[in-house]
Design a protein around this ligand. Structure first.
Ligand SMILES: [Cu+2]
Length: 510
């Protein structure tokens, strides 16, 4: 799946190039994206650039590092300090203070997107002022469109700069392999296709899916109704970068890692891209809670402000920023999706059970530790046709892997790799068609169901005849090298906690 996805991504890029981004003013051509030239700025609109472009300007990188350093030098009770800002996302367990707006991030509901946009907006203003560079805009990490940009951007990897000074973009608390640049994000971890196929911004009950998350009437710190994009790439990237106990995998620490802000800028950019696809894709502007609920932030003068959904709908007109990439045409991004397919996305059928691990009356828990675990799933007796046989096309619907009632240590647990039908004796490979992504328990409530969209993976396995229709298995694998490296670098710390759950199911909404 991953290799074909990359190919598809390349094709997409090529069709974008040939389309020439006609009619879009001041959009950089791809050649310029890689060149060091800055996008011509005709107005006062700040342009958030891909870090690959941004890094080519020593001036810009220096401004970014300086801004972070200055923020880090401020007292944690100062709202424009690095720690104050990070604590707005989540409060570390050893922190007894509860200052204004701390611990107010929104996950697992349709407030995820607007809250993080507001958070980034004020953070960017603070960072710009701290840097002393009035032109500084937040870069984004484009692991989405370019497979060769899926390792941590180089500027973030080293503790020290060539002149011996401290690199404020570096933190030690990342997964092994991330700071070395040897671990790349896999296609199955960053794919946004499933999310982009959705035309509904929100959903209203569990079992449904949407781009942006379940509807809520008020702020939700840790909800279980995350939208598809929040699941992947958002949660996936958090746990791959953070590993078992790094900062990015913990809600309370994530925003202390400078890469957090570039990751979220990319998520914010993908929201813009989704809207551009049209065909009913829109923000929920009819929802009064989404539009009018107020969230608290601080501006660059440490002045307390509030913001509502209605204040952040248009990034150019209301927030004075845009992203450096062109609005891609519909035909480019939704190729392979039929109209009939798209029209069924909105229907609210209850998910059908395709397969499940056996349930016994004791509700035996499955425990994941340091060794791989394979579970064989059974098909419900009532099923006439085997659910994954070639005679049954499931590619038109969506298929979800559910891990039910998961318990885990939010500060320290292994982000297991998940494989479907991995044959015995075949070494797990995140670039193989069996790989469907991580058990990405980020901001995940205890004993809630973790869901992963596996539509693409299953249809690819079907195409390759790797699902026979007689059986299906799910394998959880600790990331290669993770345990050894953890034991080496964190000998004095506690071992990652056991992950427990009740059962695994595969469901479809078709
Ligand atoms: Cu995040």
């Amino acid at each position: 799946m991953s290799s074909s996805l990359s190919r598809r991504e390349v094709l997409r890029l090529l069709s974008f190039l040939s389309a020439g981004a006609a009619g879009v003013a001041s959009v950089p051509l791809i050649g310029e994206l890689f060149a060091s030239k800055a996008t011509a700025q005709t107005s006062s609109v700040y342009v958030r650039e891909s870090i690959a472009t941004f890094m080519q300007s020593p001036t810009k990188i220096a401004a970014l590092r300086r801004g972070i350093q200055v923020m880090q030098s401020r007292s944690s009770s100062n709202p424009t300090s690095w720690i104050y800002q990070a604590n707005m996302h989540g409060i570390p367990s050893n922190e007894s203070r509860r200052l204004t707006a701390w611990g107010t991030c929104n996950h697992g509901s349709f407030f995820f997107f607007p809250w993080h946009r507001m958070y980034l907006y004020y953070f960017e203003r603070i960072l710009r002022q701290a840097s002393g560079d009035s032109t500084l805009a937040l870069p984004y990490w484009n692991y989405s469109d370019f497979p060769d940009q899926r390792t941590l951007p180089e500027a973030f990897r080293n503790r020290l700069l060539p002149d011996g000074s401290t690199n404020s973009l570096y933190v030690e608390q990342r997964a092994p392999g991330i700071n070395q640049g040897t671990t790349a994000l896999a296609s199955a971890e960053v794919s946004y296709e499933g999310a982009f196929q959705r035309t509904n911004f929100f959903h209203t009950s569990s079992g449904q899916q949407s781009f942006g998350g379940r509807r809520a009437t008020s702020a939700m710190h840790r909800g279980s109704g995350g939208g598809l994009l929040e699941g992947r790439p958002h949660n996936q990237v958090h746990v791959v970068v953070g590993g078992s106990s790094g900062w990015m995998r913990q809600v309370e620490m994530a925003a202390r890692d400078p890469i957090f802000w570039l990751h979220h800028a990319n998520i914010d950019r993908l929201w813009e891209r989704w809207l551009l696809l049209g065909n009913g894709r829109a923000n929920p502007t009819n929802d009064s809670d989404w539009m009018s609920d107020r969230f608290t932030f601080f501006d660059e003068n440490a002045r307390q402000v509030t913001m509502r959904g209605r204040d952040i709908l248009n990034t150019v007109q209301q927030l004075n920023y845009r992203y450096d990439d062109a609005p891609l045409g519909n035909q480019v991004l939704v190729n392979g999706m039929s109209d009939a397919n798209r029209s069924t996305q909105q229907t609210t059928t209850t998910p059908q059970l395709l397969a499940t691990t056996p349930i016994n009356n004791q509700q035996m828990l499955v425990e994941l530790r340091e060794a791989p675990v394979t579970l064989n799933l059974r098909f419900p007796q009532s099923q006439g046709v085997r659910p994954f046989s070639s005679s049954r096309t499931i590619t038109a619907g969506s298929v979800t892997l559910n891990v039910e009632k998961v318990e885990y240590n939010p500060r320290n647990s292994i982000p297991y790799e998940v494989y479907i039908n991995l044959p015995q004796g075949v070494p797990p490979d995140r670039n193989s068609p069996y790989y469907v992504g991580r058990l990405a328990l980020f901001a995940h409530p205890q004993k809630a169901t973790f869901s992963l969209d596996i539509t693409e993976a299953v249809s690819e396995l079907q195409r390759l005849n790797l699902i026979t229709g007689d059986s299906i298995s799910v394998t959880f694998v600790p990331p290669g090298g993770e345990m050894n490296a953890m034991q080496r670098t964190e000998r004095t710390r506690e071992a990652p906690g056991v992950v427990r759950f009740e059962r695994v199911t595969i469901t479809t909404t078709n």
